[in-house]
Write a protein that binds this ligand. Structure first.
Ligand code: ADP
Length: 504
């Protein structure tokens, strides 16, 4: 091992997260021979991660502010569990520099970049400032201190409508408003400021030109323990609903080799400038063959599996090994690494596609994923678990790999059709419609694809006699009764037999 690599042993790692990502981290630890401590909230005892972790420590009640977002509760839990390191997963405290710092202060290794790197890149405004200093391409905009609505309205007019107003401290697609004219400015800027304050604790917003036919392309970057930064190619995540990704793929069908090379270089450049360590993602918008840096996510990304599938790497293991000071990706760099085939990920949510995607909660009566070559299921809940209203209603991520994009699409549709989930509604019918749409198949979709093509809720299908019989047989298998809230992903609000399943 090179001398500058200081090996720090981790024999037990705490997980400051829940759901499928907690399961993903536990699996990586199992392969590395590391024990796990799951830091969980009170209602999260009926979950797959809870059953799999070596140790479990309850850190607080259901509200995230009192458990998953409580820095001290997580630190104390990790110490009480005898962990030497903490993996934050994604969401919650994963991009919180204060948490990374608190871990260090408590003598815990934070699996991720340094607090300093998170401060530079994770904060959207300071990330833009760094990009400007480096001369990297950015969407034109304003991120100044003057937050007066009149001033912001003038700025918007100067940039030229449409513009987008975003929460400086925001994330997850929340707190964003698209402004189409001066007349809309006051109301929408004020509303973005209010939303930002209540969701992120700061009312600061910034403005960007709204690119209305852009694609979302991002590059996976990785900084190893020696300070070397490489990129692990790109993903396209243009299929978004309310600025949140639903379907992601690697690599992007929209990049020429020249664009890929240039964007990859920019991604590495900004990560290197912030002395980035571990896994991170540099996001871009691509419009008319011009690309613009959007932001950097200083953590593992929900859609990391598609990169793993096309490159044959394990990003979570690489994160943990890097945290231990061990070498990773030693025999590769971005030039020698080459993606193979195509991978697609769908986020499978407990929601009702026939009612515009309202979350659907309840007991999971039956969960069956159709395993097979090139099929991967990252899930946090199993039969008998309950999807509650406390957290994000994602049940699972479904990932496929195949030799070509078209075959990967065909495989994904087949896999979704063969997936069985009873107990809650799911977005499976919606995902199938999206995957079957000519614009998606041609790879020409932009971030407005959903808004343009799926602005209305899906219309409920009429179930055939065979489907009804299959549903009733499945219900009988799990001993469903009128008191259990059970319905299938194929069921509809209007369906007469579903009413019986729900006991209403
Ligand atoms: P978040 O951190 O909340 O995810 P991002 O800045 O990454 O916010 O943006 C999320 C999505 O919002 C993008 O993928 C894109 O679809 C849309 N978006 C953001 N900024 C712009 C912009 N300037 N023009 C067009 N779309 C944008």
């Amino acid at each position: 091992m090179a001398e500058h690599l200081k090996s720090k042993s981790i024999t037990r790692l705490a997980i400051a997260n829940r759901g499928e990502v907690a399961v993903r981290i536990i699996r990586a630890c199992e392969e590395l021979g590391i024990e796990t401590v799951l830091l969980h909230s009170e209602p999260d005892t009926g979950t797959r991660a809870y059953r799999m972790a070596t140790k479990k420590i309850c850190i607080g009640p259901a509200p995230t502010s009192e458990s998953y977002l409580n820095i001290q509760a997580n630190i104390q839990g990790a110490i009480a569990g005898g962990a030497q390191a903490v993996h934050p997963g994604f969401g919650f405290l994963s991009e919180n520099a204060d948490f990374a710092e608190a871990c260090e202060k408590a003598g815990l290794i934070f699996v991720g970049p340094s607090a300093k790197s998170i401060r530079i890149l994770g904060d959207k405004v300071s990330c833009k400032e760094l990009a400007k200093r480096l001369g990297l391409p950015l969407v034109p905009g304003y991120e100044g201190e003057n937050q007066e609505v009149d001033h912001l309205s003038q700025v918007a007019e100067k940039i030229g409508f449409p513009v987008i107003v975003k929460a400086a401290a925001g994330g997850g697609g929340r707190g964003m408003k698209v402004l189409n004219s001066r007349a809309e400015c006051r109301e929408l800027i004020e509303s973005a400021q209010r939303e930002s304050l209540s969701a992120f604790g700061s009312s600061k917003v910034f403005i960007e030109k709204y690119l209305n036919r852009a694609k979302h392309i991002e590059f996976q970057v990785f900084g190893d323990a020696t300070g070397r930064v490489i990129h692990l190619y790109d993903r396209e995540c243009s299929v978004q609903r309310r600025h949140q990704k639903i379907i992601e793929e690697a690599t992007s069908p929209s990049l020429t080799p020249e664009l890929r090379r240039k964007m990859g270089e920019v991604a590495v450049q900004i990560a290197q400038a912030a002395q980035y360590k571990g896994a991170g993602t540099v996001e871009f918008l691509l419009q008319d063959d011009e690309f613009y840096l959007l932001e950097v996510n200083t953590r593992l990304q929900v859609e990391h599996p598609v990169t793993e599938e096309v490159l044959g790497v394990d990003l979570v293991k690489a994160q943990i090994m890097t945290a231990m000071g061990e070498p990773v990706f030693t025999d590769v760099n971005s030039l020698t690494l080459s993606p193979r085939g195509h991978s697609i990920e769908c986020r499978l949510y407990a929601e009702n596609p026939y009612l515009g995607g309202v979350p659907s909660t309840g007991l999971l009566g039956l969960v069956e994923f159709p395993e097979g070559p090139g099929r991967r299921f990252e899930y946090g809940f199993e039969e008998g678990d309950t999807i509650t209203s406390y957290y994000d209603p994602m049940i699972s991520k479904v990932i496929v790999w195949d030799e070509t994009r078209l075959r990967a699409i065909q495989k994904m549709i087949r896999v979704l059709k063969d997936t069985v989930i009873f107990g809650v509604h799911t977005n499976i019918p919606y995902l199938i419609e999206i995957l079957s749409h000519p614009e998606f198949i041609s790879g020409t979709m932009t971030t407005r694809f959903i808004e343009k093509n799926f602005s209305n809720p899906l219309s409920a299908p009429d179930l055939s006699a065979l489907e009804k019989a299959a549903g009733l047989a499945a219900l009988a298998k799990i001993g469903g009764s009128a008191s259990v809230s059970v319905n299938s992903s194929a069921a509809t609000e209007k369906s007469p037999w579903q009413a019986a399943w729900r006991g209403i």
